[in-house]
Write a protein that binds this ligand. Structure first.
Ligand code: 0RA
Length: 646
């Protein structure tokens, strides 16, 4: 062999087996491991999970790149297409991914961007490119996790395309023809080897696209579901101002949206806020378009500015100088705060908490001075808001007294637990379950049915208070709710402590009729408003009692839907008898155990908040003061309701 000829990558061994020379090709191997192979080996590290969240993250990752083009001022429209075969296409009219030869790799830049992790450096673009967390990991991650991907680029006077299989180029970059347009089009099919479930949800994608359209004013984002033939388009010239109006849809508001945009060095702070006549706070915060669910320094800065500003205003303009607290200033407030910053540090469990310490002071001073000016310039609005906050402060005082009362009361009761609670014997919360049932008769059946060792039963009297319409002190004067809180052990609101939860499964068990559904919704509203952590940490469940018993001789089948009933009848034969369960009380304890409470055979629905914004609006419509939106909702959705039982 010629001395100068490079050694081949493989060295022939005895026999015909091909092996690598371990000494020679170390560098190359490291590069491969640092490449897309690593992504396929540990997808969770790059997209969080391979469940539904991770799957949808693939689309977000591609769209984020298009949004970066919009931020840099080159892209005005993004289209997302969900195809019938399950693949997704994202099209934008940005600059297009560069296609020229990369001098170092001697490959088209397009190939580098699509196949190298964090193809940064030369390709770093957009001053506020997202970084950290699961975001901005790069389009190459999507490529690595797709069984096929095709990218088409229009730029430099031509149209180019390249195909990939599981991140590997399939042939080189092709020039398809001439074009004077610009833009990128990426179609990918998530890899079945990576994602057990590959169905995209139009609703989930819509929610994120809507959010992105709010956060990047003027950018049009269109989404089309070709299978179910539905399509929507989002474009908001008002940006986060429109976002706050959206959050307050169907709520009674006190004033026009207050909007602030300020900049200090490289940090841009945008804030929009509006008070409504409700009692809950609804603040969303974003950094470089990432929803910082866990909050962070920007949120603390905003809240501090709010309290300080209102206290200063009260001191200056009112006789009564009693200080208000942060809690008071947040009651009934809907707000969006959106930052663009250079080196965001994301911390926390889901990497959605902003850690940059310097940001708190910047946000506090920028928003503080802007808000003071706003209050001075809008005295009527200022007066309305401050009066509302004052009312909140008085209610807080009343609530404190009520809370002290509940504490004392619960201590007075035997062992500190409510008398109605049939507790379980285990003291290990991990093992324990509590069934919250409606009324004493269902409570009686459940008590007979349960396994006393780990299952507790708490019967509540009929419908609990609609918390959507009441302030904290009223909520705390409701006996059924106090009983519930005491039984769970966590307290509520500011004093909520998940570590004190006495049962790791909290199960709402109501009849499978309209009344039962109403009670479940009331209970859900309570948990959503006052113990949202319990939902977020996966402790809340809804029991699913069967609707029918299909029977023939000794053959029995419990079924949960109309559809299953028909199937069961076909299976058992035509002389099967069908018994419809009207309520839990109608089942004997054995039946109730087997069908609804036995962990090995029951069905339960875990409650999660896929989208807190949607949930909030749902509760407002269904439970709030305004009748018209509720009437409309019921009219629009009446067709979806099956099994109306009256
Ligand atoms: C690398 C460099 C540049 C743009 C892009 C990538 C880019 C990526 C994607 C992904 C989807 N759409 C995209 N659009 C652009 C900068 C190009 C330049 O400086 O002209």
């Amino acid at each position: 062999m010629d001395e100068k000829t490079p050694q081949p990558a493989e060295v022939k061994q005895v026999g015909s087996e091909v092996k690598k020379d371990p000494n020679r090709y170390e560098a190359e191997d490291i590069q491969v491991l640092g490449g897309l192979e690593a992504v396929r080996k540990r997808p969770g590290m790059y997209i969080g999970s391979t469940g539904s969240r991770g799957l949808h993250h693939l689309v977000y990752e591609v769209v984020d790149n298009s949004i970066d083009e919009a931020l840099a001022g080159f892209c005005t429209k993004i289209s997302v297409l969900m195809h019938v075969n399950g693949s997704v296409t994202v099209i934008d009219n940005g600059r297009g991914i560069p296609v020229s030869m990369h001098p170092q790799f001697n490959k088209p830049a397009l190939e580098i961007v699509m196949t190298k992790l964090h193809a940064g450096g030369k390709f770093e673009k957009g001053a506020y490119k997202v970084s950290g967390g699961l975001h901005g990991v790069g389009i190459s991650v999507v490529n690595a996790l797709s069984e096929s991907l095709r990218v088409t680029v229009k730029r430099d006077g031509g149209k180019f395309a390249m195909d990939f299989i599981r991140g590997e180029p399939k042939g080189g970059m092709q020039k398809l023809g001439e074009s004077n347009e610009k833009g990128t089009e990426i179609t990918f099919m998530p890899d079945a080897q990576i994602f057990p479930e590959r169905e995209f949800s139009f609703e989930i994608l819509c929610n994120r696209m809507r959010e992105l359209a709010f956060l990047n004013k003027g950018v049009e984002i269109e989404i089309t579901d070709e299978k179910n033939k539905q399509s929507t388009s989002f474009k908001y010239e008002g940006g986060i101002k429109s976002f706050v109006q959206y959050l307050n849809t169907n709520k009674v508001v006190f004033h026009e949206v207050c909007y602030v945009e300020k900049q200090k060095d490289d940090t841009i702070v945008e804030m929009a806020m509006q008070y409504n006549d409700g009692y809950t706070e609804n603040i969303l915060s974003f950094v470089n378009s990432i929803n910082t669910i866990e909050g962070g320094t920007h949120l603390s800065g905003f809240k501090a500015a709010l309290t300080r500003c209102f206290n200063a205003y009260i001191e200056k303009n009112m006789k009564d100088t009693e200080k208000i607290s942060n809690e008071d200033a947040l009651e009934g407030l809907s707000a969006v705060i959106s930052l663009k910053i250079h080196n965001p540090q994301f911390e926390g469990q889901t990497k959605t908490k902003l850690g940059n310490a310097e940001i708190k002071g910047i946000v506090e001073s920028l928003i503080g001075s802007a808000l003071s000016t706003y209050l001075e310039e809008n005295p009527k609005v200022a007066k309305l808001i401050v009066e509302k906050i004052k009312l909140a402060a008085m209610a807080r005082e009343a609530a404190r007294k009520a809370r002290e009362l509940t504490r004392r009361k619960s201590v007075l009761e035997s062992g500190g637990l409510p008398g109605k609670l049939a507790d379980c014997s285990s003291r290990d919360p991990k093992q324990c379950e509590i069934f919250i049932v409606e009324g004493d008769s269902a409570g009686g059946s459940a008590k007979q049915a349960r396994k006393r060792e780990f299952q507790a039963i708490l019967p509540l009297k009929g419908k609990i208070l609609n918390v959507e319409k009441s302030r904290l002190h009223k909520v705390l004067s409701n006996q059924e709710i106090v009983t519930l809180i005491t039984a769970l052990g966590t307290s509520i609101g500011d004093e909520f402590d998940l570590a004190k939860l006495r049962y790791h499964k909290v199960v709402l068990m109501c009849d499978a009729d309209v009344d039962g559904q109403h009670i479940t919704t009331l209970e859900l509203t309570f948990f959503y408003r006052y113990m949202v952590e319990l939902i977020n940490k996966g402790h809340l469940y809804i029991a699913q009692p069967p609707l029918f018993l299909v029977k023939k001789g000794s053959k029995k089948m419990y079924v949960y839907t109309e559809e299953e009933k028909n199937k069961a009848m076909a299976e058992i034969g035509k002389d099967a008898t069908v018994q419809r369960f009207k309520g839990l009380g109608e089942m004997n304890p054995d039946e109730l155990w087997q069908t609804t409470m036995d962990p090995t055979t029951r069905r339960m629905k875990k409650v999660n908040i896929e989208d807190a914004i949607q949930a909030d609006q749902m509760f407002t419509i269904l439970m709030g003061d305004q009748v018209e939106p509720r009437r409309k909702f019921i009219k629009d959705h009446a067709a979806e309701v099956v099994n109306i039982d009256v």
